[in-house]
Design a protein around this ligand. Structure first.
Ligand code: C5P
Length: 228
């Protein structure tokens, strides 16, 4: 089957008016300067994303998710991606901790929404809402919906993971336009979240920082998400 697009972690295939997303085991970090393989990651990310999209949809969030097709594939609606990475942070970590010189894990006074321009060539630079509007990357009403939905998704995911003994520190979302609506798109997986168990990373930080036990951490997230 003809590929529509191949990214760092996923391949998109046309499936009628929809898309089939295939999740790969390839992993990249630091704007693809670091590359590797996490065996089984594609299965975990597909199953975790599918479970989280189902949970969010059941709580009123509009998403691109239609259904899980196989261990590594899901069927989604075709959207026009808004070229933003929307990050929600509860604790300082990663690029935020580095930028402001704060210790990893410092709780933030309130959940913080950050936007980055989705551009591999530019290294996904931070972008402010005024610049998003000035560049016409999103309309004002779209941006306020994206912000509000991100905060609601954050509350839902924090509660979901807390029930499973995991602390959600931050995560990244992407949104798309479909039939006049803004839908939550892309994936929500250990590649795109920071999840801690008693302070121990169970996410892509294990790969980024060469902590070892990457596969095991991804499997543990899957088990907890599925409630096994
Ligand atoms: O690296 P940084 O601290 O900015 O990442 C914040 C959150 O967004 C992390 O959970 C990270 O995994 C996620 N992220 C992502 N894709 C990117 C950048 C960050 O999923 N390109």
């Amino acid at each position: 089957m003809e590929k529509l697009y191949e990214g760092k972690a996923k391949i998109l295939y046309p499936e009628g008016e929809n898309l089939r997303v295939y999740f790969k085991d390839e992993a990249t970090a630091f704007n693809a300067q670091k590359r590797g393989l996490i065996p089984g990651k594609g299965v975990v990310n597909n199953k975790v994303s599918s479970a989280l999209f189902r949970y969010l949809q059941a709580h009123g969030i509009k998403t691109h998710f239609i259904r899980e097709l196989s261990d590594r594939e899901m069927l989604v609606k075709r959207v026009e991606i808004v070229p933003l990475e929307v990050i929600l942070r509860y604790r300082a970590a990663g690029s935020f901790a580095k930028r402001y010189g704060v210790e990893e894990g410092t709780p933030l006074r309130a959940p913080l929404v950050e936007f980055s321009l989705k551009s591999d060539a530019l290294g996904d630079p931070l972008i402010c809402e005024n610049a998003i509007l000035a560049l016409g990357l999103a309309e004002e009403r779209e941006l306020s919906e994206i912000r509000a939905t991100t905060l609601k998704v954050g509350e839902l995911l924090r509660a979901f993971f807390a029930e499973r003994g995991l602390d959600l520190w931050d995560f990244k979302l992407e949104f798309g336009r479909h039939g006049g609506e803004i839908l939550l798109a892309d994936e929500i997986s250990p590649d795109t979240m920071r999840l801690r168990k008693n302070g121990e990373p169970l996410d892509k930080d294990r790969f980024r920082r060469d902590l070892g036990g990457v596969e095991e951490a991804y499997q543990e997230v899957l088990k907890r998400v599925l409630g096994e």
